[in-house]
Design a protein around this ligand. Structure first.
Ligand SMILES: *[C@@H]1O[C@H](CO)[C@@H](O)[C@H](O)[C@H]1NC(C)=O
Ligand SMILES: *[C@@H]1O[C@H](CO)[C@@H](O)[C@H](O)[C@H]1NC(C)=O
Ligand SMILES: *[C@@H]1O[C@H](CO)[C@@H](O)[C@H](O)[C@H]1NC(C)=O
Ligand SMILES: *[C@@H]1O[C@H](CO)[C@@H](O)[C@H](O)[C@H]1NC(C)=O
Ligand SMILES: *[C@@H]1O[C@H](CO)[C@@H](O)[C@H](O)[C@H]1NC(C)=O
Ligand SMILES: *[C@@H]1O[C@H](CO)[C@@H](O)[C@H](O)[C@H]1NC(C)=O
Ligand SMILES: *[C@@H]1O[C@H](CO)[C@@H](O)[C@H](O)[C@H]1NC(C)=O
Ligand SMILES: *[C@@H]1O[C@H](CO)[C@@H](O)[C@H](O)[C@H]1NC(C)=O
Ligand SMILES: *[C@@H]1O[C@H](CO)[C@@H](O)[C@H](O)[C@H]1NC(C)=O
Ligand SMILES: *[C@@H]1O[C@H](CO)[C@@H](O)[C@H](O)[C@H]1NC(C)=O
Length: 285
């Protein structure tokens, strides 16, 4: 029953999840709804974030992999170097008043981890990130080189047998008077654990404007983890005429931007229905 509800919910959200690849405004809105649903399904909400209302879609592009889909399983080698990031702002997106953003990547561990009672290993922390124009009209590059890289990107390497770890990348608008905590204010700080909730409130960052997550597992595990894999759009969507269903893996712009629009189902209905079903499946998990 639980899994049935989750499956139905996710199939309703299929077009939304996939739609993040389409650059038109309405599809960006669907992409935003899709990543929210993915965060909920993967229990990143509320394990790590009590709420998440992004106003942009985040594209994460690893060398040799291409743009990742939410929750995509990647190997340690695939994520060993810093990905290229971009965001596609939705209609609710406001430019940061300071023009700067803070980029964070933390290990939210496996589903079921009580992230509220333990700190998170921080794999990447850059203050003063800026957005640049990309070759694609709607996309904005996330430039980490203008900012202060407090913790340089450290590729995930979860312990063997510790299960599928969720690595969450978040982009926050920095307030005008941004001041980093003393222990996280200098470039080249070693990877460390942080209390993300506390960091966000202490530095007066507000809601993340965009976020994405991927999964890395090493070795096998018998730790039982609730379904999070179904969120990967390629496993959800029947192939369409434009050859979608292949959003994962090495992909060029053309194959990673399938037109998801003509799929059956009314997205206006699908969002609340799917949200309800995800909620039902969540409380039973
Ligand atoms: C964006 O700015 C407008 C106008 O100042 C405001 O009404 C709206 O709440 C802001 N949106 C977000 C997500 O902060
Ligand atoms: C992290 O910070 C929040 C907010 O200050 C607090 O409620 C929580 O207990 C802290 N967690 C840890 C592990 O210190
Ligand atoms: C980015 O594009 C906008 C709109 O075309 C333009 O106003 C702005 O100057 C550009 N920014 C940079 C850094 O090129
Ligand atoms: C943004 O992306 C475009 C296209 O990939 C690239 O040409 C440009 O150099 C990038 N700009 C920044 C600031 O990263
Ligand atoms: C969590 O991190 C905060 C600072 O971010 C620190 O004060 C606290 O001692 C840490 N708690 C644990 C359990 O490591
Ligand atoms: C955060 O905001 C509060 C209230 O406006 C202010 O007192 C505090 O100094 C700010 N903290 C930082 C780090 O800017
Ligand atoms: C995992 O499997 C091993 C070998 O079958 C067993 O000894 C261990 O208790 C299991 N751990 C869990 C968490 O089930
Ligand atoms: C990711 O890995 C897990 C564990 O092996 C598996 O259950 C899941 O189906 C995988 N997801 C994808 C999209 O391959
Ligand atoms: C990802 O980045 C590579 C270059 O590093 C680029 O060739 C490719 O087009 C990008 N993929 C997407 C989907 O933007
Ligand atoms: C995005 O979707 C719109 C509406 O369905 C469609 O007209 C447009 O061609 C799509 N764009 C891309 C790049 O697939």
């Amino acid at each position: 029953m639980i899994f049935f509800a989750a499956t139905v919910a996710l199939s309703l959200l299929g077009p939304l999840v996939n739609a993040q690849s389409n650059n038109s405004n309405s599809n960006t809105a669907l992409g935003i709804a899709g990543i929210e649903a993915n965060f909920q399904n993967a229990h990143i909400i509320p394990d790590l974030l009590s709420t998440f209302n992004p106003t942009a879609v985040m594209n994460v592009n690893f060398t040799g992999v291409g743009e990742t889909s939410a929750g995509q399983n990647l190997t340690k080698d695939q994520v060993s170097t810093e990905p290229k990031l971009a965001i596609v702002p939705g209609s609710g997106f406001n430019e940061s008043v300071s023009g700067s953003y803070t980029l964070v990547m933390v290990d939210a561990d496996i589903v079921g981890t009580k992230e509220t009672v333990q700190n998170q290993t921080c794999h990447w922390l850059v203050n003063g990130v800026t957005l640049g124009n990309s070759s694609s009209a709607e996309e904005r590059n996330v430039s980490t080189t203008d900012g202060t890289s407090i913790i340089d990107y450290a590729g995930p390497a979860p312990a063997d047998g510790s299960g599928p770890h969720r690595y969450v990348i978040l982009l926050f608008a920095q307030p005008m008077k941004f001041s980093a905590p003393a222990d996280l204010s200098k470039a080249n700080t070693a990877v460390t654990t942080v209390n993300l909730t506390e960091y966000v409130s202490e530095t007066n960052l507000s809601q993340p404007v965009a976020g994405m997550y991927f999964t890395v597992q090493q070795g096998t595990t018998n730790v039982s983890v609730p379904v999070t894999s179904a969120v990967v759009s390629s496993t959800l969507l029947p192939a369409t005429a434009s050859g979608s269903g292949t959003t994962t893996g090495a992909s060029s712009k053309s194959t990673s931007k399938p037109n998801a629009a003509p799929r059956s189902g009314n997205p206006v209905l699908a969002i609340p229905v799917a949200a309800f079903l995800l909620f039902i499946s969540y409380i039973y998990l």
